[in-house]
Design a protein around this ligand. Sequence first.
Ligand SMILES: Nc1ncnc2c1ncn2[C@@H]1O[C@H](COP(=O)(O)OP(=O)(O)OP(=O)(O)O)[C@@H](O)[C@H]1O
Length: 573
Amino acid sequence: MMIVKELTRAAARRPREVVAAVAPALLVNALYVGQAVALAHALAAAARGRLQEALFSLGAVALMTLVRVGVALVQASAASQLGARVRLDVRAAGLRGVLRPEALRDPARRPGALRATLSDGVDGVDAYVSAYYPALLTLAIATPAVLLGLAWVSWPAALVVAVGVALALLAPKAWSRLMARRSQEQWESYEGLAAELSEALRGMQTLRALGRVPWSRRRIHARSERLRQQTERAMRASLAETALTDLAIQGALAAAAACAVVEALAPGSVASQTYLILMLSGEAFRPVRELSKQWHAGYLGLGAVAGLRDIGAFEAGETRQTQGATAAARETPVTSAGAVAGVAPAADPATEAPGEGLRVSAVRFAYEEGRPVLDGVNLRAERGGLTAIVGASGAGKSTLFDVVLGFVEPGHGSVRLDGAPLRARDVALVSQHPVLFEGTVRDNLDPAGTGHADAALEEACRAAGVWEDVLARGGLEASVAESGRDLSGGQLQRLAVARALLTGRPVLLLDEPTSALDEATAASVLSTLRRVAEHRVVLVSTHRPGELPLDTRVLALSEGRLAPAPAPSEENA
Ligand SMILES: Nc1ncnc2c1ncn2[C@@H]1O[C@H](COP(=O)(O)OP(=O)(O)OP(=O)(O)O)[C@@H](O)[C@H]1O
């Protein structure tokens, strides 16, 4: 018997489904016991030459078999419902955990491995939840009940069977750690292979161009081989558990049979009693055997539990109120009638309210202790003009944006908008590597499905200088491939600008918004942003300050601090 706490708790959060899966399993066991009793009766009656009584008992056995088949079907369906519900819960919690900004930024998390954990890993725990856990509860009720019945017939037999049950359940604990380690190693190999495959597929073009395809193939092959070895080792550990359980069961059954023989040899013994001892001893072990069988079937899937725990997949639904909830709130879109604010100013009062603008005060942040990327950053960005941040590559511009977005928590300092703490839903972002999703242009402009009018979508696209490209592709319903792979870098960037404009949020962050644009398109997009900045705080990070509008406030980020930089005009001079 092995108890995986996280999965037991996850299943216990679905009490109705658990009861629906366990109740018929108990009935199935009761029917088996009923059959055993009827069969013992039939045998005893046959031994005494009472044919009619024997036939009647055999009829009862046949009837109970039929009913049992029906109940077992109901049980299987209820158990799979339980498994499906728990898998949904675990996957939803896992996704919440993975989609936290700080988790997304964690370079140690390989997307392929995360994908494996969230898909195959979650599916792998199904056998434990839908089969092992109900079998464990069934055993906890059915076996003591059968033992009581057996004790009523023969207490010595009940005693040896009870000892056998205890041994069969507890003996595997002797190497539970080894089994847990083996299955985790097996799972890590699987995750590693999944990550390697996903990276190789994404980087196939690069690998080909560099002539590294055979190298990649060798790495994948080595990973596959390692997975095969780990799987064999894990299965050997699990089979040893099954063997030990079987040994305890067989030993106890032999001892119970000896009790039955002693009972049969005793003067004045009753045949049915002897048969009952034999039959009930077997029935007491039925749930134990079932448990062992289910363990073996689901064992490999349990290796994913550690990975799932790491990403927070076992956290109860609504308790994740901290970072995750904040992040969710930050992603709540604020849309309004005049969606393309600045082009057509948004109706959201927060968007238009004159105020202090965005204030970043004394912000410090370090990815590694003792090596601050931001070391006391102060920034004031107001409506009425663009604010730009320049700085060498690696100076920390994207990190500062991440702080404003709430993607990373600064160790010190604050970020406020018009005097109040900045909320995630106040900020829209055009990142350095904008992500488009598989779907249509419309889906990508309005991913939250807020139902912007076509005119608003067109206006945003025109403002971002991408409307002609949208028309050339076939309009708003034209398809877009996953990650926008069928778009040019510039089209992707401009669609992302249009999408950000449509959110109507009072703060707009643009990380290198013109890096993929030609000079004329860059000038047009920047002039749109300048207009948008009349009504919103627009903060732009750029390596090309020379192309910014002349009245842009330019700040330079260097050694973790911001300082006024020469105005674009001076720099150009
Ligand atoms: N997730 C991370 N973990 C650890 N270090 C990181 C992480 N992300 C960025 N860094 C480091 O922090 C520093 C600042 O990076 P950042 O991306 O903010 O620079 P940047 O100014 O935006 O650069 P660029 O102009 O090249 O985009 C760099 O030294 C980078 O290596």
